[in-house]
Design a protein around this ligand. Structure first.
Ligand code: IFM
Length: 453
């Protein structure tokens, strides 16, 4: 960072800005066999040999299901005013549809109560990738049935929590579910087909479109808001060639526009229509449902992509390049806050969302727990710099008119990083997995001090 720069401070942002962290059910809860929870596709996938690093699963994860009170107390200590978590669909409806598991609903009610009692606004995501296995057995997101089942699930949850949840997020990163889950196969359910990916994308969007009016109808909180969270990247050609330009258009198309165009314009993007059209299972009325107005758009941003060439069009595979001298996280992602600023400007120019919440942003670095004589500590200056520089990028965009109104750092705790298992740590709080101790990293203390002003 430029040494002359004035340090960023909370007071640079609006007073009613939402500040917090984000997590997801399968990544932190554990307790996969407790209180009537059904199986999700991630239980199946992570228990399949060779699918995750080290054979890791979410069976125990951060044991948050049992430690949620202690975790919420720590959030309060760190000074957040909001918390984004996800609800596990198979805890609520173990078979995906039909019989409700009251103990599942009870858990989230206890969590929401605990948050409110500690001065934190609950932002609940309904789907963060843990589809009930029973629905997968019927074709999963490739079939319309899952979109309809999703709306039923939204109904059950919002009937119980519609008087207390402040922010409702239908889906988390449908691009990842559709493409990484169905085309690349690196995530559950592990399929390898463009057709499956495109069908899944449409049914995820339709699920969102069917759930949104249900959530609004069941809402009993005056200031509640409703939206969806998308993964994004700022895609640029990695050189001056025509191929690089085409590759960047493909990356932007599948990562950003495949979801933003239907949500904000009611149609699929023309830039990738050659890959989509023959597979899209659109029925009359779908696009109107999908494009119903949102109160906010949730943006998850981690890195920019420098695209060089399309490697395999039907697998949406692109060759990318790295920048000499640039910093990369443990995920191999370029640290590029400028790309974040550019992406926010692009979203605002092209789609004009009423409001943007940064629902995820953060970084995995190799952390080391230092026990020594004194207090245990984790010194993670790279993560602190990452967070601060991305706050600055968001502030710059918001000063230029981009309506950024909240920020949730990914993540509160180190957790199960999907196919990478526990090998990647994104938390601002370190989790010592053998003991489940939580140790606030220096980045967490920086965030706390930032919020104290
Ligand atoms: O851990 C994930 C999260 O579940 C979704 N967004 C990206 C994060 C980091 O990979």
């Amino acid at each position: 960072m430029d040494e002359q720069r004035k340090p960023i401070s909370r007071s640079d942002f609006p007073a009613d800005f939402a500040w917090g962290t984000a997590t997801a059910a399968y990544q932190i809860e554990g307790a996969v066999n407790e209180d009537g929870r059904g199986l999700s596709i991630w239980d199946t996938f992570s228990h399949t040999p060779g699918k995750t690093d080290n054979g890791d699963t979410g069976d125990i994860a951060d044991d948050h299901y049992h430690r949620y009170k202690q975790d919420v107390a720590l959030m309060r200590e760190l000074g957040f005013n909001s918390y984004r978590f996800s609800i596990s669909w198979p805890r609520i409806l173990p078979e995906g549809r039909g019989k409700v598991n009251p103990k599942g609903l009870d858990f989230y009610e206890r969590l929401v109560e605990e948050l409110l009692n500690n001065g934190l606004e609950p932002y609940a995501t309904l789907y963060h990738w843990d589809l009930p296995q029973a629905l997968q057995d019927k074709g999963g997101w490739k079939e319309r049935l899952s979109s309809e089942a999703f709306a039923d699930y939204a109904d059950v949850v919002s009937r119980r929590l519609g008087d207390r949840v402040k922010g409702w997020i239908t889906l988390n990163e449908p691009a990842v579910s559709a493409i990484i889950g169905h085309v690349e196969g690196r995530h559950a359910p592990g399929e390898h087909s463009i057709e499956a990916g495109v069908r899944a994308a449409h049914h995820l969007l339709l699920g969102h479109g069917l759930a949104l009016p249900v959530l609004r109808a069941n809402n009993r909180r005056k200031d509640a808001e409703f939206g969806i969270t998308l993964s994004t990247t700022y895609a640029e050609p990695g050189d001056d060639s025509q191929q690089a330009q085409e590759a960047a258009i493909l990356v932007d198309g599948f990562n950003n526009r495949l979801f933003m165009d239907p949500l904000f314009k009611g149609r699929y993007p023309s830039t990738i229509s050659n890959l989509l059209e023959r597979y899209l299972p659109i029925e009359a009325g779908d696009m109107e449902k999908i494009s119903a107005p949102l109160d906010f758009l949730g943006i998850n941003y981690y890195f920019r992509t420098l695209a060089l060439a399309v490697e395999d069009l039907s697998a949406v595979k692109v060759k990318t390049r790295q920048v000499q001298g640039a910093q990369y996280t443990e995920m191999g992602w370029e640290v590029n806050p400028e790309g974040f600023y550019n992406l926010l400007k692009l979203v605002n120019n092209d789609y004009k969302p009423a409001k943007i919440l940064i629902t995820e942003n953060g970084a995995a670095f190799a952390d080391r727990l230092e026990e020594g004589q004194g207090q245990p500590a984790v010194h993670d200056p790279d993560r602190t710099n990452f967070i601060r520089d991305h706050f600055e990028a968001a502030l710059k965009a918001s000063r230029e008119g981009v309506p950024v109104k909240g920020y949730f750092v990914w993540s509160f705790l180190d957790n199960f990083e999907w196919a990478y298992g526990y090998s990647k740590r994104f938390g601002i709080v370190y989790v010592d997995y053998p003991t489940q101790r939580r140790i606030v990293k220096d980045s967490g203390r920086w965030y706390q001090n930032f919020l104290r002003g």
